[in-house]
Design a protein around this ligand. Structure first.
Ligand code: ATP
Ligand code: MG
Length: 430
């Protein structure tokens, strides 16, 4: 029998893992500048955490969740997204308390799970980098979060970015718009897709988000939410737009954008990148918005929140397509060639000593002939090659070659052990 990874999952091999680490560490450094701190929450949560927050008419909850009953008959879900778990943790750990400075700014990275039809940039296990900020309604925070997302993508070398924003207003806005949308869609009930028929009365905004072509045609002429904004909502949105202009961040308003999760209100946004190499039009890499009712929904005190999620696989595809710089596995500092069985314990001591000094070092473990060991050193791109044979061992020296210059010298073993960084560190600068 042949074993294969489950459909929609991927192995991240060492060469690619370097790129992942680079993306994550770049994000972490940037988030630190914005004073967002890391939170790690469980990869599975109780089912209700998601059904309650994402909304039980969302695609995620109705179609895409990996949920099961565990041996104790608890209804468990592998997290399909990061926000709900972070909000659950925010409430459970009372991060709303007075000892926590507001806004509480958090970020996370990790795997998410959705039962979707796998295709390029769409997997069943995928990874997100996400941020959440709690405790401020200020439009400044909306713009900071958006700017941080743009900043990260630019820093990683993505160009042709497009920022699309919309507002879902407040509760009164949603209520008025909901009625208007139902009034518009009802006469077309028979033309709607099955999903949209179900959603029409439960959650008509969902219909705007339908992937069905005929639904999309209908929706094109639907009333615009921008005509139903309360004065407060309109003013929040105006300020967000003005602040984006202040920061010279270009944007487009798409009044039909609603986003996949039910919990959003006020500002929502998507950052897309256009790259023909991916064979499609705009690809959304980063998406988010405000969710002012969510903390309450999960049992906490009324607390506004805003955040985004960024898909790492899609980001990496874009980086590759746009030829953004990506690091590779770092070259080897020192390769130690041992000739003859008698040298084995000494070469082991040498590699361990050099490693203890903070340099990367390797040696032969396969009893290769000297010529083959030198070849290996070459293939590993070693900066320094140290050679130790029986003669050297007897004289307590090694032969040391700096590969960049070809310079060779005899070095006392004692110096390798006691003075390596001082004598040779200059050849190994990172
Ligand atoms: P889509 O409309 O493409 O299904 P979504 O609205 O479901 O996206 P979000 O829930 O907003 O996506 O997730 C934020 C980001 O996470 C997306 O912009 C994308 O980059 C990434 N993402 C979402 N689902 C997947 C997936 N199945 N595989 C890979 N990346 C994903
Ligand atoms: Mg989706």
């Amino acid at each position: 029998m042949k074993y294969q990874r489950p459909k929609g999952t991927a192995d991240i091999l060492p060469d690619e893992a370097v790129a992942w680490n680079y993306i994550e560490s770049t994000a972490k450094k940037l988030f630190d500048n914005y004073r967002f701190h890391e939170i790690r929450t469980p990869i599975f949560e109780n089912f209700e955490v998601f059904s309650r927050s994402a909304g039980d008419t969302s695609d995620i909850v109705t179609k895409e969740m990996y949920d099961f009953h565990d041996k104790g008959d608890r209804h468990i879900t592998l997290r399909p997204e990061g926000t709900a778990g972070v909000v659950r943790a925010f409430v459970e750990n009372k991060l709303y308390g007075p000892e926590h400075i507001k806004p509480v700014k958090l970020y996370y990275t990790g795997p998410m799970f959705r039962y979707e039809r796998p295709q390029s940039g769409r997997l069943r296990e995928f990874h997100q980098i996400g941020v959440e900020a709690f405790g401020s309604e200020s439009p400044n925070l909306d713009v900071e979060v958006i700017s941080m997302g743009m900043h990260l993508l630019k820093k990683l070398g993505i160009h042709n970015l497009k920022l699309v924003i919309n507002t879902l207003g407040d509760q009164a806005t949603r209520k008025a718009y909901r009625s208007a949308l139902i009034a518009y869609l009802e006469p077309h009930f028979d033309e709607l897709s099955e999903d949209s028929k179900v959603r029409l009365h439960k959650n008509p905004l969902r219909v705007l988000d339908s992937k069905d072509k005929d639904d999309q045609k209908l929706v094109a002429d639907a009333p615009s939410i921008l005509d139903y904004l309360t004065p407060e909502s309109a003013s929040h949105f105006e300020t967000v737009k003005n602040l984006l202009e202040t920061l010279q961040i270009d944007y487009q308003v798409d009044a039909s954008m609603v986003r996949g999760l039910d919990y959003y209100n006020h500002t929502i946004f998507e950052i897309m990148a256009n790259d023909k190499a991916l064979g499609k039009g705009d690809v959304t890499v980063c998406a988010g918005g405000r969710y002012n009712g969510l903390v309450e929904e999960l049992g906490g005190p009324e607390t506004p929140g805003i955040g985004f999620g960024l898909g790492v696989e899609r980001l990496l595809l874009l980086m590759q397509a746009q030829k953004a710089p990506l690091p590779t596995i770092s070259p080897l500092d020192v390769y130690v060639v041992g000739i003859g069985d008698e040298t084995k314990s000494e070469t082991l001591k040498i590699v361990e000593t050099i490693r203890n000094n903070g340099f990367s070092t390797d040696q032969d473990y396969l009893d290769r002939k000297p010529k083959s060991q030198f070849k290996t050193a070459d293939r590993l791109n070693a900066k320094i090659v140290i050679t130790l044979g029986n003669d050297e061992l007897a004289q307590k020296v090694v032969n040391l070659k700096v590969m960049a210059t070809g310079d060779e010298q005899q070095v006392k073993l004692e110096d390798v052990y006691d003075n390596f960084p001082k004598l040779f560190g200059k050849f190994l600068k990172k």
